[in-house]
Design a protein around this ligand. Structure first.
Ligand SMILES: [Fe+2]
Length: 335
């Protein structure tokens, strides 16, 4: 892994400039600082290079023939493959219009010619540090998601459960008008909520018969184990309460904390409802898949027993009745 201390930030920098002397100057200076430098002479070549090489930062001359720096920057920032790569525009003018156009094109920073080397180095280093932090976060998230999917994969009957839950809970969250960051948390929780099952032995997890009290005690630990696994990820701050509380019940009879009613985070109450819905509409070793209307009837009975939030359930019923979210199709496909 790349070191992230201030002095030793390295990485691959793509320099695009149509003037050979400018390219040479930048290449010489940046190579001497320990960066790997790739130079190209126009915008189109820069875009091609971004496809074939692992680039960590782009230095773009604004005034290039054919595709200028603004246009290249716009392309980089509009593609999900490259939008996290920092782009620094180098311009001969420091006027307001130029800056405005640069900001519109999505540039992360600007430098004015003649380029001050100290300033260049400081900006490049700070942007790269940010880039590597984002890379690391993305890697950590994808490791977690892979782990969660591999646990799901142990049980052929729960195939696709994580993905459906991510979709269902985001739809219900949107329907309830939750803020965007809560929706993102719900999507993530849909995938990772059961990651704590990694600590449950297969003999218990996949046991076809009835579980003993001791075995249940092991199962009941999975929300807090999952919370601990995901806790180091700062971006999972809003996901942690969902993981911890996805088995609480509205009347306080759930686990691990026996929370009741509104003290259970609303996002956890949302995930529970779609989790139960998915379990009911999917075939399991011990039961057939229920039709949507039978599943809703069963859930209605569970709401009256005091298990699920009645207000959120009634919103979920409206959502299902409208069937604008593909619940019916997804549920049917999962059978
Ligand atoms: Fe669970």
């Amino acid at each position: 892994m790349r070191s992230q201390s201030h002095q030793s930030v390295t990485g691959t920098i793509l320099v695009a400039d149509d003037q050979p002397s400018n390219r040479e100057l930048l290449e010489e200076f940046l190579s001497a600082q320990g960066f790997k430098v790739i130079t190209v002479e126009d915008g189109a070549a820069a875009l091609r290079q971004l496809v074939t090489s692992q680039i960590d930062l782009v230095l773009l001359d604004v005034m290039m023939p054919l595709l200028n720096g603004f246009a290249v920057c716009e392309r980089i920032k509009s593609s999900p493959e490259t939008d996290l790569i920092p782009v620094v525009l180098i311009t001969a003018f420091s006027d307001r219009d130029n800056r405005l156009q640069g900001i519109k094109s999505g540039a992360d920073d600007f430098l004015t010619r003649p380029v001050d080397q100290t300033e260049l180095l400081a900006r490049v280093r700070s942007l790269l540090k940010l880039k590597f932090r984002t890379d690391e976060l993305e890697r950590a998230e994808s490791v977690l998601f892979t782990l969660a999917r591999s646990i799901e994969g142990k049980d052929p009957y729960t195939h696709g459960h994580c993905e459906r839950l991510a979709n269902y809970s985001a739809s219900l969250g949107e329907h309830l008008g939750l803020p965007k960051e809560e929706i993102t948390a719900l999507e993530r929780a849909g995938i990772v909520h059961d990651v704590g099952k990694i600590a449950v032995p297969d003999a218990i997890l996949l046991k076809p018969g009835r579980l003993t009290e001791d075995e249940w005690a092991v199962i009941r630990q999975h929300p807090s184990v999952g919370e601990r696994i995901c806790a180091p990820l700062k971006s999972f701050r809003l996901v942690l309460p969902i993981i911890r509380h996805h088995h609480e019940k509205f009347d306080g009879s759930g686990y691990p904390d026996g929370l009741r009613a509104e003290t259970i985070p609303v996002s956890a109450r949302i995930l529970q409802i779609v989790d139960v819905f998915d379990a009911l509409t999917t075939e399991r070793p011990y039961k057939k898949a229920l039709s949507i209307s039978d599943a809703m009837q069963t859930m209605r009975e569970e709401v009256s027993k005091g298990w699920w939030d009645p207000a959120i359930f009634s919103e979920f019923e409206q959502l299902i009745a409208r069937d604008t979210t593909g619940f019916a199709k997804a549920a049917a496909a999962s059978r």
